[in-house]
Write a protein that binds this ligand. Structure first.
Ligand SMILES: [Zn+2]
Ligand SMILES: [Zn+2]
Length: 354
């Protein structure tokens, strides 16, 4: 079958490979759609980060080259001998978290904090392929959600998890720095949580328009106005909670300084570089900052994924403003990675359709 394999920086090759075999507790999923994620782009430009480059991943045993793609949905086409929860023909997505099961954080049920944390599609073969094999434990039924929308459950779960980690309550004023794919998911998750006003700072016109369609109340173009002044004009003393979803020095510091005294910041980005910051911006106004990675995984795989699927069924979340293109697997570099890395492109979420 055809699969897009990560070899190293700026080196993704579509190759004909032998599909993985299905173990007794696994299922094979024929891919309907697989989204290209910001973390795939980080691997492409600055990796390997999550992809095991030199040593094999301690749990999966995989090393590059491997098939990328961790935001996928499709139809179960083969079930292992011991699988009872799924049958051929089921519409599913899969929680990509790979975990060891024996470290203190896994024993505490926080599989996404595992010391060996990895992801299907980054540390094991993923969904930029005709099919993928995953553990039944990490497979999640899509219910009434259209199969293609299932590819958005993973990024929406990142945003839902961040809203929970940041302890958002209805009525909290919030700021979101960056409205790329995760930023748009964040806006939707905050709207569903009843937060407001939702103030979004984003330099690209097309992304601000999609932020508007996703439920933002106030839009700021940081190339035209100082976002901190605009946020203070809107809220008086600053927002209750800010989300940095852009992951650069400017937005990290803006997120901190956009909050009121005693406010909170959630950091939802993976950074390519270290940065300069003034810790007194946290200390003196007694602000706090919390990191958020991924979503509940392992035996809790269906927890946040299931909440997102329920919210998609209810119409509280809408993937359509995120999806900007659908492409063939063969064109993943030219029509997928390259436009997403082009600062003048209007692309946000590109779905690969094998
Ligand atoms: Zn992702
Ligand atoms: Zn662990």
């Amino acid at each position: 079958m055809d699969a897009a394999r990560y070899y190293g920086q700026e080196d993704i090759r579509v190759e004909d490979i032998e599909p993985d075999s299905v173990g007794p507790e696994q299922v094979r999923i024929d891919i309907e759609a697989c989204g290209i994620c910001g973390s795939d782009l980080h691997e492409y430009t600055a990796g390997p980060i999550f992809v095991p480059g030199d040593a094999p991943h301690p749990v999966s045993g995989a090393t590059a080259p491997l098939t990328m793609g961790h935001e996928f949905s499709g139809i179960v086409s083969e079930v292992g001998a011991d699988v009872t929860d799924f049958s051929e023909g089921d519409a599913v997505t899969a929680n990509p978290i790979i975990y060891c099961g024996s470290c203190p954080r896994c024993e505490a049920g926080q599989y996404h904090q595992c010391e060996a944390l990895g992801f299907t599609g980054l540390a094991a073969n993923g969904g930029f392929a005709e099919n993928v094999v995953v553990d039944a434990e990490r497979t999640v039924s899509l219910g009434e959600v259209p199969v293609e929308h299932g590819a958005l459950v993973e990024p929406l779960s990142v945003a839902l998890h961040a809203a929970r980690v940041a302890d958002v309550s209805a009525g909290d004023s919030v700021a979101v720095f960056g409205s790329g794919p995760i930023g748009l998911c964040q806006i939707q998750a905050l709207r569903a949580a009843g937060a407001g006003p939702i103030i979004v700072s984003e330099p690209r016109d097309e992304r601000r328009a999609r932020a508007d369609a996703s439920g933002a109340d106030v839009l700021i173009d940081p190339t035209e106005q100082d976002p901190l002044e605009a946020i203070r004009a809107e809220t008086g003393e600053g927002v209750d909670i800010a989300f940095d979803v852009a992951g650069v020095e400017a937005t990290y510091n803006q997120a901190i300084n956009s909050t009121r005294p005693g406010g909170r910041v959630a950091e939802v980005s993976i950074f390519e570089e270290a940065l300069e910051t003034q810790p007194n911006d946290l200390v003196i106004p007694e602000r706090s900052i919390v990191g958020s990675i991924a979503y509940q995984g392992g035996p809790r795989s269906g927890e946040e994924f299931g909440m997102v699927i329920d919210m998609l069924e209810d119409g509280q979340l809408d993937p359509d403003p995120l999806i900007t293109d659908r492409i063939d697997l063969a064109d993943i570099s030219e029509d997928g990675f390259e436009p997403l890395l082009d600062p003048d492109s209007d692309q946000v979420k590109i779905l690969v359709k094998p």
